[in-house]
Design a protein around this ligand. Structure first.
Ligand code: 3HC
Length: 313
């Protein structure tokens, strides 16, 4: 299965940076374009990437030339055309450059992702695989946005639109991306077999084992993980045990590498968004986010990324 020659990663947060790194270092994709609407996020992300590469060199995992080549393959799509009046200028720029595959790793909000998929559908060639690193949002729904994006013309939407939706797929990586060994691949109802195979080949080339999940809220991974995290937060909320004892129980009693409250490094805003998607998508009370989680997000205590969550960083 042919790998992309040019890959674009949308979003330079911790997931996007990790995906760009494994795509360049492991899969050796010749050009990895990186875009974020906040250019300072790219600067921060590339600096973090330098640190990871330097650490791998110092540990003898890769040599200096591998690190240099990996870094050189990553090109920042700083989008000179992007301004507050032209939210999707980057997509036109991308359309002109061309990209065989796009992995969207923007914030876990449906409206943001739908806007991106609409813009991608309008600007990229009909051979481009449009993948999302969403943790919970329906791939079928994102594919629907890609069809809508082709404009109001009924004939255009019915002809090209169908092939557009068939190219949308979920590729769900785990944090920290360079370390975690899995990528969950999710076909939407419209995803073509060829797109699914291309997504799996890409994930495998990035050094990941692949699992496949149906397009249900949270997929397999977060339908299992999020109720677990939520229960841990409810234990803290109800005073069942202290933070440290909750985490110690799971680490030492069950051999988890991190306690559930330490997993605030995912981002509590992201955890809340996933839980809301699970709850709204299933209307099952077992997925109702805890009040404390909502309050932590209200306070801006988002975990490692904001310097405070259940722990101080
Ligand atoms: N980025 C890249 N590499 C990182 C990293 C990061 N943010 N944090 C740690 N690492 C690397 C370290 O550099 C080190 O690499 P090395 O072996 O080459 O030196 C390696 O990971 C181990 O790190 P440490 O020795 O510092 O610490 P630990 O042994 O405790 O491992 C951990 C850290 C890998 C994060 C481990 O605690 C772990 O596996 N935790 C569980 C993480 C987890 O559950 N992730 C999934 C979250 S859910 C998700 O992502 C889905 C989403 O949809 C919500």
């Amino acid at each position: 299965m042919a790998l992309p020659h040019t890959l674009t990663v949308i979003g330079a947060g911790q997931m996007g940076i990790g995906i760009a790194l494994v795509a360049s270092l492991r899969a050796k994709i010749p050009t990895v374009l990186l875009y974020d609407r906040d250019p300072s996020q790219i600067t921060r992300g590339l600096r973090f990437m330098d640190k990871l590469l330097a650490k791998d060199v110092s540990k003898g995992k890769i040599n200096v030339d591998d690190a240099k080549a990996a870094k050189e393959r990553i090109v920042s799509l700083a989008s000179s055309s992007s301004s507050s009046n032209d939210e999707y200028g980057w997509a036109r720029e991308l359309g002109e450059r061309g990209s065989d595959m796009v992995v969207e790793a923007a914030s876990e909000r449906l409206s943001i992702k739908e806007g991106i998929f609409r813009a991608l559908a309008q600007n990229l060639s009909k051979d481009t695989v449009l993948a999302s690193n969403t943790s919970s949002i329906s791939i079928t729904k994102l594919a629907g946005a890609a069809v809508d994006g082709l404009g109001s013309s009924v004939s255009r939407a019915s002809e090209e639109g169908k092939s557009c939706a068939g190219r949308v797929v979920g590729v769900h990586f785990f944090n920290p991306v360079p370390v975690m060994k899995l990528c969950e691949v999710i076909p939407g109802l419209q995803t073509s077999e060829a797109t699914l195979e291309r997504a799996k080949a890409f994930a495998a080339a990035c050094g990941k084992e692949v699992s496949t999940s149906k397009d249900v809220p949270g997929f397999v991974s977060n339908a299992l993980l999020m109720p677990f995290l939520n229960e841990a937060i409810m234990c803290l909320e109800s005073g069942t045990a202290t933070r440290d004892d909750i985490d110690k129980t799971l680490r030492l009693g069950m051999g988890h590498p991190m306690g559930p409250l330490q997993l605030d490094f995912i981002g509590l805003d992201t955890c809340l968004a996933i839980q809301e998607t699970l709850y709204e998508g299933t209307r099952d009370s077992k997925y109702r986010p805890s009040i404390l989680l909502g309050r932590m997000v209200d306070a801006g205590w988002l975990g490692k990324k904001s310097g405070k969550g259940f722990y101080e960083y």
